[in-house]
Design a protein around this ligand. Sequence first.
Ligand code: NAD
Length: 252
Amino acid sequence: MSVAMFSLKGRVAIVTGGSRGIGRGCAETLADQGATVVLTYVRGEAAALEAVKSIESRGGQAKAVQADVAISSEMDALVETTVKEFGHLDVLVANAGIAIDGLLLRLKDDDLDALVGTNLRGSLASARAAVKPMMRARYGRIIFISSVVGEMGNAGQTAYAATKAAIIGAAKCIAREYASRNVTVNVVAPGFIDTDMTTHMSDAAKTSLLAGIPLGRTGQSAEVAAAVAFLASTEASYITGQVLRINGGLYM
Ligand code: NAD
C-alpha cells in the first residue's frame, strides 16, 4: 500500500476508459489515495477486470462498468448507478478517447464524426451527467484529459487536436457555470505518454519527437495520474478552469 499524497479517503470517482493506459493509471492512483473508483470500458472486459484486481490487491476499492461515452444515456445510467451504490460522486476523470491521425486533405467525415463523438461529445456527456449530483452535494472535481496537440498543433492530427482543443474551451465554460456550487473543473494536457495509443508510432517519428522534449523522454501514465490525483483532491480547492500540462516541457 502506497503512502497518500493527497487524501481522497471517502471520495467516489469515475474514470472513463479506466481499463488501460492513462485511465488505468488514474484509477490506480486515485484508489491508492483512498477513493472508491468506478472505471469504465467499452470492449476489453478482461483488461478492466485486471485493473480492478490490481487495485484491490493494493488494498483499494474499484468496480468496472461497461459504458460507452459516445452514448449519452449510458453516461447518465453510469452516474445514477454509481450514486445509488456508493452514495455520492465526487470526482470525474473524463479520460476516454481515441486517436485517428491523418492529413487534412485525407480527412474522412466518418473519422471526424468518430473523434468528435468519443473525444468531445463523450467527454461532455460524462461531465453533464456527473455535474448533477455534484451540484446537489455542493462538491465536485471534474478533470478532462486533453492533449498537448490541442494547444500546440501537430501535422497529421487536425481532427484529433480539434477535439482536444474544444475540451479546453468547454472546461472553462463549465468551470464558470458551476463554481458557485463548489465544483472545480480543470484540464490535464498530457504530452507523449507510453500507452497503446502511442506504440504505433514509427521509430523515426519517435526520434524527432524526443528531440523536442526538454526532459528527453516520453512520459508514463503514473506521471499524468499524479497530477490528476492532485486536482481531484480537497487541497486543490482554489484551482479551477486551468490547464495543467504534463509533457516534459514539449510545450510551455
Ligand atoms: P488508450 O488507447 O490506451 O486508452 C484509451 C481508453 O479509452 C481505453 O480504456 C478505451 O477503452 C477507452 N475508450 C475509447 N473509446 C471509448 C468509448 N467510446 N467509451 C468509453 N471508453 C472508451 O489511450 P491513452 O493513451 O491511455 O489515452 C487516454 C486519454 O489520454 C485519451 O483521451 C487520449 O486522447 C489522451 N492522451 C493520450 C496521450 C498519449 O500520449 N498516450 C497524450 C495526450 C492525450
